[in-house]
Design a protein around this ligand. Structure first.
Ligand SMILES: Nc1ncnc2c1ncn2[C@@H]1O[C@H](COP(=O)(O)OP(=O)(O)OP(=O)(O)O)[C@@H](O)[C@H]1O
Ligand SMILES: [Mg+2]
Length: 646
């Protein structure tokens, strides 16, 4: 690609530099009594996939807010090309009555605006609008959206359900899908794998690798950082430093840098000692006073070599249960479990767990892993069959809902006060310090704590009572890479039983002795290792993909009727292009009319006692009606344009 001459290389380098997608220059940021960035600079090359890494609480999410303009640094230090579109994942996607797939389609604002403009545009503008719609492949949008949604675990049926029927975690997936679909020039993702299962994470890795624009991804997920990233941006010591390569290469580069720094420091220390001893010996001697003076000056001028070794993270303490119970810990015989209403989620469970078992529980989202955990934790009763467990058995259960359910106005100190009512205030504070939360953090409200800080607090609290079984449901989400290692160390020292649910393959491999799989309405031992499981998951995904691609088939059928998509011609679209446009517009009118009559049916059936549903339906109807009006106008306009050229 590059010609090879020196000049060409320099031009190439210059171009790369001058077209940086994101340029941060001398950025300083102070807030909440701390300095986060001090004169930090970096430039991200276009098309790069950059992993933003750094300790929990160091300010990564804060940096995103600065880039997005939600927080202001000092001066105008963040710049993007003037026309660049920047996109990120909303933390909260509201529970609207709009269907999942429509929510995604609306994320492509250009397409949405163009379709809207068709309604009011003058006839002479129509051609231009249609041309642009064709350029951005607006017709292909629904199948692109469906493909992304299928990858993130929404089957065809679920794609049509309204947002309001999904939990917060699933709506986060929709938000992620929307960001990918809109395909901004600069995509910002803050720990995207946190709300995905292994299947979703694998899909996202593949997707991001092919992402055609620039992406900046905060992640603590080594696999993700290695698979996807072309660069690593390290936030540490209030500076930003960019490294070429993936995470493993970054670690090597840093280790090498630390080694060089240490050896430079050792050299300098030796020189300093030598100069000092000369000064000490000769400063009193008149004949050598001048030399001693010059050496003293040299000593004073010496810049200390900085060794930028980060502080150690606080270890985790997982106290082991004091006295073992009689084995087995848990025995399940032909047990069914489910919720009060409805059929059992898991049936015919025949499993046994011993005192020091390390079980890795596998299964895609929705397979019943959390139900299983809930049952072991004693929060859900078996509906049939038997579950034997010692009455004295204590269970520590950590799961993501705990983080989501935290009261945003609470503080760690308040939380520990409730957990340790008998202790002294000093005792509680030292407990929190032991958890790795320093004095100021202890009184910071939950909504201002970083994700990692919250997770650390809850994990430590769950283990505080020295449980016999620790159920850890995605414990490493939010934790930085060193904290993950610290958790692994603590798990190795812990003598109780462990049930681990994680999409972190390496953690699973290092902790679990046995694997169980939740699938097809039951939990059974899985015969194989994590590689076998990854294969199993991808095979299943391929089979499942047959369903959502129904949409694609329909699209393909439509496309094939007008397969000879015309080349763009000067002076407006060709008749066949316009015919295609007419056909699409007509289809849209038909679809919207059907949708409105469906909503009308729902409205007729909706109980008056449920004002929420009524409100949602009424709003949905108003939207669909507006869309229908626009679509009808577009249809007419397309017909007219066709009549003119035909
Ligand atoms: N509004 C606020 N008031 C007080 N402290 C805050 C506020 N917002 C953030 N902080 C603190 O600033 C620090 C940086 O937070 P940020 O969320 O940027 O960290 P992070 O690098 O994204 O960490 P993590 O890896 O855990 O997500 C944290 O220690 C957090 O407690
Ligand atoms: Mg963060």
């Amino acid at each position: 690609m590059r010609g090879g001459s020196l000049l060409e290389e320099r031009i190439f380098a210059l171009r790369t530099f001058s077209f940086a997608m994101l340029q941060i220059t001398n950025l300083t940021f102070n807030a909440w009594g701390r300095q986060f960035l001090d004169d930090a600079s970096v430039s991200l090359p276009p098309g790069s996939k950059v992993g933003l890494v750094g300790r929990n609480g160091i300010g990564k999410s804060t940096l995103f807010k600065i880039i997005l303009g939600e927080l202001a640094g000092n001066g105008d230090e963040v710049s993007l090309p003037r026309t660049a579109r920047i996109g990120s994942v909303d933390q909260e996607h509201p529970a609207t009555p709009v269907s999942v797939v429509e929510t995604i389609l609306e994320a492509d604002t250009e397409r949405h605006d163009l379709l809207g403009r068709l309604e009011t545009a003058e006839p002479e503008e129509m051609g231009e609008i249609w041309t642009r719609l064709i350029e951005i492949d607006a017709d292909g949008a629904p199948s692109r959206a469906a493909e992304i949604l299928a990858g993130l675990g929404f089957d065809h049926e679920n794609q049509q359900r309204p947002m309001s029927e999904f939990s917060g975690g699933w709506r986060m997936r929709v938000a992620l899908a929307a960001a990918l679909f809109a395909q901004p020039d600069m995509l910002l993702l803050d720990e995207p794998t946190n709300y995905l299962d292994l299947e979703g994470a694998l899909w996202l890795e593949a997707r991001l690798k092919k992402y055609p624009a620039t992406a900046l991804i905060i992640s603590h997920d080594r696999e993700m950082l290695n698979e996807v990233c072309t660069h690593i941006l390290h936030l540490a010591n209030r500076k930003l430093e960019i490294y070429t390569g993936n995470y493993d290469q970054f670690e090597q580069a840093r280790a090498e840098k630390a080694r060089l720094q240490l050896s430079a420091k050792a050299k300098q220390d030796a020189e300093r000692a030598h100069l000092q001893s000369f000064v000490d010996r000769f400063k009193a001697k008149a004949s050598k006073a001048a030399q001693a003076q010059s050496r003293m000056k040299r000593l004073a001028k010496m810049q200390p070599v900085s060794t930028t070794i980060e502080e150690r993270v606080a270890p985790f303490t997982l106290p082991s249960p004091p006295r073992p119970l009689a084995p087995p810990l848990i025995r399940l015989e032909r047990a069914n479990v489910g919720y009060e209403t409805g059929r059992p989620i898991l049936r015919n469970l025949n499993l046994r767990m011993d005192l020091d078992d390390r079980i890795g529980l596998l299964g895609v989202n929705g397979a019943g892993k959390s139900t299983f955990a809930k049952m072991i934790a004693g929060a859900l009763k078996v509906t049939e069959g038997e579950l034997h467990r010692d009455r004295k058995m204590r269970v520590g259960w950590f799961h993501q809902h705990q983080i989501e359910a935290m009261d945003p106005t609470d503080t760690p100190l308040e939380i520990i006060r409730r957990a340790m009512p008998e202790a002294t205030e000093a005792g509680r504070r030292s407990k929190l310090a032991q958890f790795g939360l320093n004095y100021e953090k202890q009184e910071t409200t939950v909504d201002s704590l970083s994700g990692g800080e919250r997770a650390r607090l809850l994990l430590n609290m769950v283990a505080m009572e020295a449980p016999h079984v620790l159920i850890l449901d995605e414990p490493t989400n939010h934790l930085d890479i060193d904290s993950r290692r610290a958790l692994l160390d603590a798990l190795n020292d812990y003598t109780g039983a462990v049930i681990l649910i994680t999409h972190d393959r390496s953690l699973m491999e290092m902790v679990a002795d046995r694997l169980w799989l939740a699938a097809d309405g039951t939990v059974k031992p899985f015969d194989g290792d994590m590689d076998d499981y990854a294969k199993f998951v991808l095979d299943r995904a391929k089979q499942a993909a047959v369903k959502p691609s129904q949409i694609k088939k329909e699209e393909a059928a439509v496309a094939s009727t007008s397969n000879a998509r015309p080349q763009k011609q000067k002076g407006g679209p060709s008749p066949s292009t316009l015919r295609h446009a007419v056909k699409k517009a007509e289809e849209r009118v038909v679809a919207l009319t059907a949708e409105i009559s469906r909503i009308d049916d729902d409205l007729a059936n909706a109980a008056v006692s449920n004002p929420k549903a009524l409100e949602g339906l009424t709003r949905a109807r108003a939207r669909s009606q507006a869309d229908l009006d626009a679509a009808e106008a577009a249809w007419m306009a397309a017909e007219e344009a066709l009549a003119e050229v035909a």
